[in-house]
Design a protein around this ligand. Structure first.
Ligand code: PEP
Length: 252
């Protein structure tokens, strides 16, 4: 049984100085934590520097994105190998902000997942529905299709390193969060889908985490659901005390 995973996505926030300050504070607050796997996804420019600061702490690092080619003339892009050698173990793929503002598709998400695994990174694959899709009762069909396409062509063994993040788009950065029951319904449907697609054995290590306005005051009830294996946290991960409280959610 894997430990729950709590990941902080800093997005395009924090310069190096602010990142260092935040990590120093978090190292203090998270001393001795080992029941939960803790990840931070800082901007690319801070990763290498922060990798030295987290070395003797429970914190591990995560990229916010990558490009699928190994190297070459792709100005502005970052490869999996660059992330890995800078100090990342994980990478976020297909965040809704990337899908919306940078036109990432299910097909490019799949290419990135394949590249991440090739380069020794563990992908955190984000899926989620719009408010309109939820109101039309299409949440589950939308996220199932996103997951099927993201995992297309992958062997069952690859699941060992994959985390799915259910992030309803209407809940990201809005202060609105899915209720624990709404989130659980989707997580359960995704778990069933994985069982349809892969054998039981390859699924032992696959976590399904929730993201969308996770805060110190809603993490305990979200984590009380049987199929919620952790959280992807945006805004609240920029405040050390709030993020530390989320990491120290009250166990089920
Ligand atoms: C996110 O960026 O993945 C996210 C869930 O953001 P927030 O927690 O701010 O809604």
């Amino acid at each position: 049984m894997l430990r729950p995973l709590i990941a902080g996505n800093w997005k395009m926030n924090t310069n190096i100085h602010q990142g260092v300050e935040l990590v120093i504070r978090l190292r203090e607050l998270l001393k001795g934590v080992d029941a939960v796997e803790v990840l931070l996804a800082p901007p690319f420019t801070s990763i290498y520097h922060l990798s030295h600061l987290v070395a003797d702490s429970p914190i591990r690092l995560c990229g916010q994105n990558l490009f699928w080619e190994k190297s070459g003339a792709f100005t502005g892009e970052i490869s999996g190998d660059m992330l890995k050698t800078a100090g990342c173990d994980y990478v976020i793929i297909g965040h809704s902000e990337r899908r919306e503002y940078f036109k990432e598709s299910d097909e490019t998400v799949n290419k990135k997942v394949v590249a991440a695994i090739r380069d020794g990174l563990k992908p955190i694959i984000c899926v989620g529905e719009t408010l309109e899709e939820r109101e039309k009762g299409k949440s589950i069909s939308k996220v199932k299709l996103q997951v099927k396409k993201a995992l297309a062509g992958l062997p069952g063994g690859a699941l060992r390193d994959i985390t799915l993040a259910y992030e309803p788009i209407w809940a990201i950065g809005t202060g609105k969060t899915a209720s624990p029951e709404e989130a659980e319904e989707v997580h359960n449907a995704l778990r069933e889908l994985l069982f349809e697609m892969f054998d039981t054995d390859s699924l032992k290590n696959t976590r399904i985490i929730y993201g969308g306005s996770v805060k110190a005051d809603n993490i305990d009830s979200l984590m009380s659901q049987p199929n919620i294996d952790g959280a992807l946290v945006g805004g609240a991960s920029l405040k050390a005390e709030d993020f530390a409280r989320i990491v120290k959610f009250l166990p089920r």
